[in-house]
Design a protein around this ligand. Structure first.
Ligand code: PLP
Length: 379
């Protein structure tokens, strides 16, 4: 079945990229682990595939689905979110400089510090919540303006429409890491972004059992070709089984993300009134700097919360070992709730505040999650 553009997100999540297998009628998508595909008699590839790294049926189905969910017309899948961001930055490096969010996923910041400069590309990190600073940083030499919103780990909100306008006015391209929001809560392309990038490892996969990444966009054929070329050339393409798992996960994405976000909103509210908590970072709280903007550009505030322990770094570091339901582990977006001391997860070069705890709210009942957190905070 081919869903049309007017269908709702829930419908697209179930049907985009999927449909009964034409050969067997199987309702669940078939898994094609083949590394190589039979050629036509005249050496052509009329059935669309030649070699797995260049493209395979499960990857193509996933790419079509994510592109539709994001409102784009192409997607390129990767072995991880990090491979996806690096491909995007490589495409940018062929065209000019990069200006990017300073509060971003640690691995992305490491790419800017260690890998991207090896291509001779200048990267300027800027607080993308400050539009004036962005205007000053983006110049005619900028090829890519890159934002993460909500950001990791401080859940800061950047004005995506304004960033897209700034990039366009200078002839640059604007891309947003939409991992924390997912297309359920935020559609950067509809707000003017040219491309979105995902760590599909998180909510798109949703079960903490795969690594994956996607870049999706609309138009921009040359960027699309470069991003795909990097995936193929670097051997960074997604494995068929992971693409199959992701396609299995997408139909439940809206239900999962909305349920997780509703629980997170309640936990954030309760945490902000707890005496052991000095500050909560959650865009759904009315006193947050990004709240009004998040309300305008998002359809919910997400299921990630960061908070600062009132008793400082040592107390924050000890907290994750005291929860019973929240698993003491990094990452996010799965059905099970996770808790971590962010600076410890990021390592010695972390810039995360020492007292910062980050939680990923899963699908457990909110009262059980609160009991667990409250007990750990009081211990
Ligand atoms: N972008 C964000 C916002 C992330 O949180 C992460 C990982 O945590 C990545 C990108 C990188 O994704 P991956 O771990 O799949 O390489």
């Amino acid at each position: 079945m081919k869903p049309d553009r007017n269908q709702a997100l829930e419908t697209l999540a179930v049907h985009a990229g999927r449909g009964p297998d034409p050969a067997t009628g199987s309702v669940a998508p078939a898994l094609y682990p083949a590394t190589t595909f039979e050629r036509d008699a005249d050496t052509g590839t009329s059935r669309g595939y030649a070699y797995q790294r260049d493209g395979h049926p499960n990857g193509a189905a996933l790419e079509a689905a994510v592109a539709r969910l994001e409102g784009g017309d192409w997607g390129v899948s990767f072995a991880s979110g990090s491979a996806a961001t690096l491909a995007l930055f490589h495409a940018a490096s062929r065209r000019g400089e990069i200006v990017a969010t300073a509060d971003a996923y640690r691995g992305t910041l490491r790419q800017f510090a260690e890998l991207v400069p090896e291509w001779g590309t200048r990267v300027t990190l800027v607080d993308t919540t400050e539009l004036r600073a962005v205007e000053e940083a983006v110049s005619g030499d900028t090829a890519l303006l890159f934002a993460e919103s909500p950001s990791n780990p401080l859940l800061e909100i950047s004005d995506l429409r304004a960033l897209a306008d700034i990039a366009r006015a200078r002839g640059a391209v604007f891309a947003c890491d939409n991992t924390f929001a997912t297309p359920v809560l935020q559609n950067p392309l509809a707000l003017g972004a040219h491309m979105v990038v995902h760590s599909a490892t998180k909510y798109l996969g949703g079960h903490s059992d795969l690594l994956g990444g996607v870049v999706a966009g609309a138009g921009l054929d040359e960027w699309h070709a470069d991003v795909r070329g990097y995936a193929i050339g670097a051997g960074a393409t997604l494995a068929p089984f992971n693409a199959w798992l992701l396609l299995r996960s997408l139909p439940t994405l809206p239900v999962r993300v909305r349920t997780q976000s509703a629980a997170a909103a309640e936990l954030a509210r309760r945490l902000s009134g707890h005496p052991a908590v000095a500050e909560v970072h959650y865009p759904g709280l009315p006193d947050q700097p990004g709240h009004r903007l998040a309300t305008r550009q998002m359809q919910g505030y997400g299921a990630m919360i960061a908070f600062r322990h009132a008793d400082g770094g040592a107390a924050a570091k000890a907290l994750p070992a005291r929860t019973r339901l929240f698993t003491h582990a990094t990452s996010l977006g799965g059905v099970e709730s996770l808790i971590e001391h962010r600076a410890s997860s990021e390592g010695p070069d972390s810039t995360a505040p020492a007292e910062l705890i980050r939680i990923s709210v899963g699908l457990e009942h909110v009262e059980d999650l609160w009991d667990d957190l409250a007990r750990a905070l009081e211990a």
